[in-house]
Design a protein around this ligand. Structure first.
Ligand code: BTN
Length: 269
């Protein structure tokens, strides 16, 4: 006989109807607290301001100030997407912190694979489908005395309807727009969160980096890469097990741990 923790679903929303709480409660295996909001500025910001001692999952139906990497906005319209953040306190070394984003990307990709939704990963934190961005990941960490205190893992996935925002409609998409499938939001949450814990619970032995590397569509391509405010046209030779890019820049091989491959400007060799 197995016992699960007692779940403490705190519904801060007015009605919370955007999520089937029973389903979450019965199927998420490792979380004590699940907090739901009809609307919030940002689920990541909420957890950073309220870093509970227990692992906590926060899901919102709308974000008014959804945040992406590099100070960008993540558009989080009501009812259209999955906007969630997970606070975890894993016992992992700071050296491995950069691979957390890769691990989460693989958890999302594998969950979508199980629903026959075929995606690929764009270094470092984007999930793509048919050459458009479907999802993004924002991992934020709190470090004290050279030790990881907690991580806030933020995930935004465009699920339903069509992207109509003029600024992003050519570069972003939703699952429904690409596949005509309206995925079940709770089911997707459960798959992703449970996979994140599978990887976290056996972090040093898990094979997520192999999957990350084989799912990355930029390897072997020429791309525009923004590094420290400068733009370079480079060839992506590979990705290391630490999640760094191996690039060829002016015939010189370099390892790059931060930067951004600018949107889909991929030159075929
Ligand atoms: C990116 O595209 O650069 C990352 C986007 C991350 C968006 C998610 S939505 C839930 C969580 N709350 C936020 O404010 N951001 C993340």
């Amino acid at each position: 006989m197995s016992f699960f923790p007692i779940y403490n679903i705190i519904d801060i929303s007015n009605n919370g109807d955007f999520m089937n709480k029973e389903y979450l409660k019965n199927n998420i295996k490792n979380i004590n607290n699940i907090v739901l909001f009809d609307e919030i500025d940002s689920t990541n910001t909420y957890l950073k301001l309220n870093p509970s001692n227990n692992d906590t999952l926060v899901i919102a139906n709308k974000q008014t100030s959804g945040r992406g990497r590099l100070g960008r906005t993540f558009i989080s319209n009501k009812d259209n997407g999955l906007y969630m953040s997970l606070l975890v306190r894993p016992n992992i070394s700071l050296d491995n912190i950069n691979t957390i984003t890769c691990m989460v990307a693989v958890a999302i990709k594998k969950s979508l694979d199980e629903l026959n939704i075929n995606t690929s990963i764009k270094w470092v934190n984007d999930i793509y489908i048919n050459n458009k961005k479907l999802a993004g990941i924002l991992v934020e960490s709190s470090i004290k005395n050279n030790t990881l205190e907690y991580l806030v893992i933020g995930i935004g996935i465009n699920l339903y309807g069509n992207i109509i925002d003029e600024n992003i409609k050519n570069i972003a998409t939703t699952i429904e727009q690409e596949t005509n499938v309206k995925v079940n939001k709770e089911d997707l949450v459960v798959r992703i969160v449970n996979k994140i814990y599978e990887y976290l619970n056996d972090f040093d032995n898990s094979n997520f980096m192999d999957i990350y590397i084989s799912s990355s569509f930029v390897i072997g391509k020429y791309v525009d890469l923004n590094m420290h405010g400068n733009k370079y046209k480079v060839c992506i030779k590979g990705i290391t097990k630490k999640g760094e890019l191996i690039i060829i820049n002016n015939d010189i091989e370099q390892i790059v741990s931060s930067g951004e491959i600018t949107r889909m400007i991929v030159y075929e060799e």
